[in-house]
Design a protein around this ligand. Structure first.
Ligand code: ADP
Ligand code: MG
Length: 277
């Protein structure tokens, strides 16, 4: 399976995908339920353009659910419901006139377990999202896009001589960087990452952290992490989520990463960032 190198069918209508700037994502009073189980209670958070925001907190406090509401991914769960607003540079992504596919193109997502299409070539994995955008590139533009996005994802040098090989043959860390490239290829304005390193070894983790740091010029990053050192290394801002005894998840405190770790205002934040629970 290697359609990138196969002749194109139909005319290419675009020479390249326009570059777009990172956007500010503004969540306002987000509450979320699964059935009648409320798991988020009026969570408000601004994730500034071109910055890395880390979501931290114990398991089950709603970090993944919150992340998914930011690109309407939670709608894949039939029992899920939501109140509140998510604004992407002041445009409400839940506005009924907006297409869900457009929200997901502008707001990409990378998951804990790397999930490239294993039998598909490395190059075709990078280009896999284009079909959803309706953008048709000619072969030269595709070649450029593959190189550009693999470079941004920090993978180009390792794979440039084997772009036709299957994505599934890469190491775990390389597969995760391939997934990052696949997300970047459609030029998202925000990249959501749900514990992108927890399935990886320390060396691969550091490679991904380096990539995240470099990415922030092109895309706003929101990352869920359990690793407090990682939050300190990669993020500009942090939000601490907590679901206390039977209550839905909420943000206890948020702010610049240095302040969250250096002078937390809430005793629960201090306990958490210092590993006391
Ligand atoms: P975190 O990512 O912080 O560990 P989650 O967002 O995964 O937390 O989960 C928050 C709460 O929502 C938990 O109580 C969890 O059991 C519940 N939950 C998550 N996903 C679903 C689902 N698909 N259906 C029902 N409940 C869910
Ligand atoms: Mg989670």
């Amino acid at each position: 399976f290697d359609s990138w190198f196969a002749p194109d069918t139909g005319a290419a209508t675009t020479e390249s995908i326009p570059t777009i700037a990172p956007a500010t994502l503004d969540a306002r009073e987000i509450s979320a339920w699964f059935g009648d189980h409320k798991v988020l209670d009026r969570v408000s958070l601004t994730m500034p353009a071109g910055r890395v925001t880390a979501l931290i907190g114990p398991s089950g406090c709603g970090k993944s659910t919150f992340l998914r509401t930011l690109n309407r991914m939670h709608e894949l769960v039939p029992s899920a419901s939501l109140a509140g607003e998510v604004l992407l540079d002041d445009v409400d992504i839940y506005d009924a006139s907006r297409r869900i596919t457009e929200a997901r193109r502008q707001i990409g997502m990378v998951f804990q377990k790397p999930n490239p299409f294993p039998a598909m070539s490395i190059a075709d994995n990078v280009l896999a999202g284009l079909a959803l955008t309706g953008i048709k590139l000619d072969k030269g533009a595709k070649t450029d896009l593959v190189e550009e996005t693999l470079t941004k994802a920090g993978l180009w040098n390792e794979v440039k001589d084997r772009l036709r090989q299957a994505g599934g043959g890469l190491s775990g860390g390389q597969q995760q960087r391939l997934c990052i490239a696949r997300s970047l290829a459609v030029r998202p304005r925000v990249l959501l990452m749900d514990e992108p390193c927890s399935a990886l070894d320390p060396t691969s983790t550091r490679r991904i952290e380096q990539t995240i740091t470099e990415l922030a010029q092109d895309v706003t990053v929101v990352i869920v992490t359990h690793n407090m050192q990682q939050a300190q290394r990669v993020s500009d801002r942090c939000a601490f989520f907590l679901a206390e005894a039977g209550t839905p998840g909420a943000i206890v405190e948020h702010g610049p990463t240095e302040a969250m770790f250096g002078s937390p205002q809430d005793a629960r934040t201090a306990d958490y960032v210092n590993g006391r629970f």
